[in-house]
Design a binder for this molecule. Structure first.
Ligand code: NAD
Length: 432
């Protein structure tokens, strides 16, 4: 893994360009993804201390107890299209350093980064058969979910598929961790720094063209700040340069992953209008140069929590604005959502931040941070329909997921040979 880490670092630009080529995100976003991915390999390099067991001496007279962690066997990972480099690295470096073999099933939309990750790991010296990559879609996933040799399944993707993976995998006796979709709320309190908040919300909602499970997709301005927030977001969104990202082109936002996905995302603007919301910025009208599945940033104001735009995951650059009267109202809006991945608050008030941290029903919380995605050594702790399972992906729970524990009790007693005449015993005693 140390060697692998060095190789990934030395291929940094090549790998970033590959992510941009197959996914379409900007080269800056791709570099950030590759950096996060390398940190996951660094985390796995710390496995000797992470995998340690526990010991308690003399739990009864001359009896010691200890636990040790052991591999579970063949593990499988099924990953989405939006982070083709990073999400596979949430899984196989930890699984392999815990002593397992791994079968990776990349997204059929972005297979290239996974292939390159595998090639480099083999070049770094991984024995044949430890990491296996199979390409395909539903039939391939279903075979893994039911295969008798597969002991553990890690999944990241949309909630419907996550639920299917969890139910099918566990019904076949496997441990499953399945991370699903999201609808992340960003609350802007009246005392927040307006410029900082608008910039953070803009980056959260429109970064990676909104194709992030931690993207802010519902802004919740509280009280008097709402008009300024909407005005600021419309201005910020309109100034973004949208275009193809080939050859590291200098744009702020690239294309969506497919024509079908782009059209689905854009169709939410008509849905919003028909439900009575106000489209303050329409990404379909953005000035875009070049070809591709491109769509400009959209801001939809006066969305009600009951509307489809507030409830469904759009997974594109469409930001809803649900206005709230006060913090309690904002918390209620968050609670009406069935997902529970991330949420952030922007405020100068410690009390408001604490109330939010304690009472918002999401697993990853940001305070004056637009994308509170945990780094490698923390787990990715989604709640509600954003996660199916018990032990989350990456971090310490990742180690627990890819290992099973053994508890051993040992009774020690003096044998007849532990006598003064035994030469070894004599030496030990003498030494002591
Ligand atoms: P997806 O659910 O369509 O696909 C994910 C994986 O499942 C792919 O490998 C795909 O081949 C496979 N798959 C698709 N349909 C299947 C089916 N019916 N049966 C079995 N397997 C199937 O997701 P996507 O469009 O690739 O990725 C976007 C989704 O992933 C979004 O919902 C996003 O929020 C989510 N996501 C979540 C996290 C998280 O940590 N919670 C992280 C990244 C992405």
């Amino acid at each position: 893994m140390f060697r692998y880490r060095e190789m990934l670092q030395s291929h940094f630009e090549e790998l970033s360009a590959l992510v941009t080529r197959e996914h379409g995100k900007t080269i800056t976003e791709a570099r950030a993804e590759v950096q996060r991915g390398i940190e996951l390999v660094e985390f796995a390099c710390g496995i000797p201390s992470l995998i340690m067991g526990q010991c308690l001496e003399n739990i009864a007279t001359n009896v010691d107890a200890e636990t040790s962690r052991h591999p579970v066997g063949v593990c499988a990972g099924i990953v989405p299209f939006n982070f083709p480099f990073m999400v596979p690295l949430w899984m196989f470096p930890i699984a392999i350093t815990c002593g397992n073999t791994f079968v990776l099933k990349p997204s059929e939309k972005v297979p290239l980064s996974s292939n390159r990750l595998g090639e480099l790991l083999i070049e770094a010296g991984l024995p044949t058969g430890v990491l296996n990559i199979v390409h395909g879609d539903k039939p391939c996933v279903d075979r893994l979910l039911t295969h008798p040799l597969v002991r553990a399944i890690s999944f990241v993707g949309s909630s419907g598929v996550a639920k299917h993976v969890y139910e099918t995998g566990t019904a076949h006796g496997k441990r499953v961790q399945a991370a699903g979709g999201a609808k992340n709320h960003l609350i802007i309190m009246p005392d927040a720094d307006l410029d900082l908040s608008v910039t953070a919300v803009q980056a959260s909602a429109f970064g990676c063209a909104g194709e992030r499970c931690m993207a802010g997709s519902v802004a919740v301005p509280v009280g008097r700040i709402a008009d300024d927030v909407v005005e600021g977001l419309v201005k910020a969104g309109s100034s973004m340069r949208v275009g193809p990202t080939d050859e590291g082109a200098d744009v702020d936002m690239g294309p969506l992953v497919s024509r079908q996905h782009r059209d689905r995302v854009a169709s939410y603007l008509d849905v919003a209008r028909s439900e009575g919301a106000e489209v303050a910025l329409d990404g379909r009208k953005a000035v875009i140069s070049g070809d591709g599945f491109l769509l400009g940033p959209s801001v939809v104001d006066r969305v009600a929590p009951t509307m489809r735009l507030a409830k469904e995951e759009v997974f594109g650059p469409v930001l809803s604005v649900v206005r709230a009267d006060d913090l309690d109202h904002a918390l209620l809006i968050g609670r009406s959502c069935e997902y529970g991945n991330g949420a952030s608050i922007f405020t100068r008030s410690g009390y408001a931040a604490r109330q939010f941290r304690r009472h918002f029903g999401a697993g990853m919380i940001g305070i004056n941070v637009g994308v509170p995605a945990p780094m490698a050594w923390f787990s990715f702790t989604g709640w509600n329909r954003s996660f199916f399972g018990d032990l989350h992906i990456q971090g310490v729970e990742g180690i627990q997921f890819y290992t099973q524990q053994k508890t051993c009790m040992t009774r020690w007693f003096e044998s007849p040979s532990d006598s003064a005449d035994d030469p070894i015993w004599k030496t030990t005693r003498g030494g002591a």
